[in-house]
Design a binder for this molecule. Structure first.
Ligand SMILES: [Zn+2]
Length: 210
């Protein structure tokens, strides 16, 4: 790998080819042709994304373990968690919807968070996890299929509708889902695969200083 010659990158907006230059912390590189932002040097972005991912993981566990909402009918309380909702959809012959909810709200967010932590935790501890390129490719591929915010919206709409006829008790998991929606957006905003490669360029053996 020749480090003397800086690599070429293409502007996503106007396709102009430019030479990548090293940036000072917090600096932004813009395209010479159209002024679009090309990349930025955000110090500690991997550490920050790891903290957000771990927070999201804790919220995810709470969101899955506790009831989303409870309904009180004539003094009897009935609460359901996410698995209960999926199970009930499945039993009511709405199997495709059950599978969709399971995939977009449980499976894919779980895989996404696991892969994120698998990638970032070793990097932040100055180790290099195996399969980084594959991990990043899978992360990019599955990202559009995680739809916690759609689920959250659905729950809120049904909450408003049901509240006319029943007395609804919001569960712990509902608040956790709210936090999780926000945390997933924060992880997406703070994570840039570029920073992973920049980090590895600085510490190719994973043992240098940050
Ligand atoms: Zn441009």
């Amino acid at each position: 790998m020749a480090h003397q010659i800086e690599p070429l990158i293409a502007c996503r907006e106007c396709d102009l080819l430019l030479r990548e230059i090293p940036l000072f912390p917090n600096d932004v590189a813009s395209c010479r042709g159209c002024g679009a932002q090309l990349y930025r040097n955000t110090p500690n972005s991997l550490n920050r994304t790891l903290v957000f991912s771990l927070t999201a993981a804790i919220l995810f566990i709470i969101a899955n373990a506790y009831p989303i909402l409870g309904i009180e009918i004539q003094g009897t309380r009935n609460a359901t968690n996410l698995y209960g909702a999926v199970y009930s959809l499945w039993n009511h012959e709405m199997r495709i919807i059950a599978l969709l909810v399971f995939a977009t709200t449980i499976l894919i967010p779980a895989v996404e968070l696991t892969m994120m932590i698998y990638l970032l935790l070793p990097l932040c501890l100055r180790r290099k996890p195996p399969g980084i390129a594959l991990n990043l490719r899978i992360l990019q591929g599955i990202k559009p299929w995680g739809m916690i915010e759609v689920f959250m919206l659905g729950v809120l709409v049904s909450l408003v509708k049901l509240n006319d006829s029943f007395s609804i008790i919001p569960g712990v998991a509902l608040w956790a889902f709210g936090g999780l929606t926000f945390m997933f957006a924060t992880v997406a905003a703070s994570f840039n695969p570029r920073d992973v490669w920049a980090h590895l360029d600085r510490e190719p053996d994973g043992k240098g200083s940050t």
